[in-house]
Design a protein around this ligand. Structure first.
Ligand code: SAM
Length: 369
């Protein structure tokens, strides 16, 4: 995306780039959660040092006192006793600076602020940021309504990447729920920038360059493809989920790229000789009970072995009994978090071979996972 060097920072990646690259990353990144603009850095020992660091920044050059603000503080090994008090001191410093320079102060709105300020404290230093994204970037602006347990859009995009899916591969999500995984696949295959249907916090900054932003958006629209090279299949047994998915696909302009139908998973046949299945079954923690899953998983394993020879199946689940219960040995497993829920993303290559050997292998591998 035009960034030549990056460095790992706590919980993210840091880079230097011109303003226009910040626009491009906000618009195009399928995986990032938010893009923060670093505006200050200082060492501290007390809350007063933090106040001084925040007061020293030129906030009135970046936004106006008519806008509402929210301060969010996170910390790692911070020796101070109260992060709430640190939050308050930063807010006071920003407001005092506005009163000194503009004679008026912004008000706080913790629910829907115009401007979000982020601060990160480690043992001895504080870094201050202005959030250029606003709402998390996983919010693409297409979702019609929610259903039970949807995954975040950036997790869905990440799963497709981990599965090695490319737009040339046939894709099937047979438990699509609100359609997050097929939607991300279709947007990717059509080169549709994930942020084209939403607004960003940088649009509210004084330093926002409308002309440059319009150019970035125009270039993104011009790069879109009119169709996808393969087929994305999506289904779910729940009619309500299918209606939500259908409306979401329509809002995103990819309705004709995804073959959506209502079906029980076990009734589906493979739509192609080869392809990739990405499945996000109910978890037991959130949806179906553990006993029901214990009954269902072996059937799902047989369904894969009997009907999807030559395919690769990827299953995201928090249930570590899954490989054993479906009777297949995973060729890869990637630990992941779905929100706060620790999961595994299993890869199964569905290849010809005696079922009993497969099941034995799965039982053996399950013991080590
Ligand atoms: C965890 S949710 C999937 C959420 C989805 N990835 C999303 O982001 O919205 C699991 C889905 O599996 C569906 N499901 C459960 N059992 C099924 C079955 N036997 N056949 C087809 N779909 C099933 C549920 O209706 C539910 O929508």
């Amino acid at each position: 995306m035009g960034v030549s060097e990056t460095n790992r920072v706590e919980g993210g990646v840091g880079f230097h780039a011109p303003w226009t690259i910040m626009y491009r990353i906000n618009l195009h990144s399928r995986l990032a959660s938010r893009i923060l603009w670093k505006v200050g850095y200082a060492s501290y020992r007390t809350e007063h040092d933090i106040y001084r660091a925040a007061y020293g920044l030129s906030w009135p050059d970046w936004f106006t006192p008519a806008q509402t603000i929210k301060v969010k503080v996170s910390a790692h090994r911070c020796p101070l006793s109260s992060l709430d008090f640190v939050t308050l001191r930063i807010k006071d410093a920003v407001c005092d600076k506005f009163v000194a320079v503009r004679g008026r102060r912004p008000t706080v709105n913790t629910h829907m602020p115009d401007i979000r300020l982020d601060a990160f404290l480690d043992e001895e230093s504080i870094t201050l940021y202005l959030d250029t994204s606003g709402e998390g970037l996983f919010k693409r602006g297409h979702r019609a309504m929610s259903v039970d347990a949807p995954i975040r859009e950036n997790l869905a995009a990440g799963l497709l990447q981990l599965a090695g899916w490319t737009p040339q591969d046939t894709l099937l999500d047979p438990m699509c729920g609100s359609g997050t995984i097929p939607l991300e696949a279709a947007l990717f295959a059509r080169h549709i920038a994930p942020g084209l249907s939403r607004r960003f916090a940088f649009e509210r900054l004084i330093v926002h360059d409308h002309a440059q932003w319009n150019q970035v958006r125009y270039a993104a629209r011009a790069a879109q493809h009119s169709r996808i090279p393969s087929v994305v299949y999506a289904s779910d047994h729940d009619g309500a989920a299918i209606s939500v998915a259908q409306r979401t696909f329509r809002n995103a302009g990819v309705e004709t790229d995804i073959r959506l139908r209502q079906s029980e998973l076990l009734d589906l046949d493979a739509p192609d000789k080869q392809g990739i299945l990405v499945i996000n079954p109910p978890y037991g923690v959130r949806l179906r009970s553990r006993d029901q899953l214990e009954d269902f998983y072996p059937k799902m394993g047989d369904w894969l072995k009997q009907r999807f020879m030559g395919w690769r199946a990827y299953i995201l689940t928090a249930d570590l009994r899954l490989p054993k219960l479906i009777g297949l040995a995973p060729s890869k497993r990637t630990p992941l978090f779905n929100g706060s829920l620790e999961c595994r993303f299993y890869e199964f290559k569905i290849v010809e071979g005696p079922m009993r050997k497969q099941a034995r292998l799965a039982r053996a591998t399950a013991k080590t996972m």
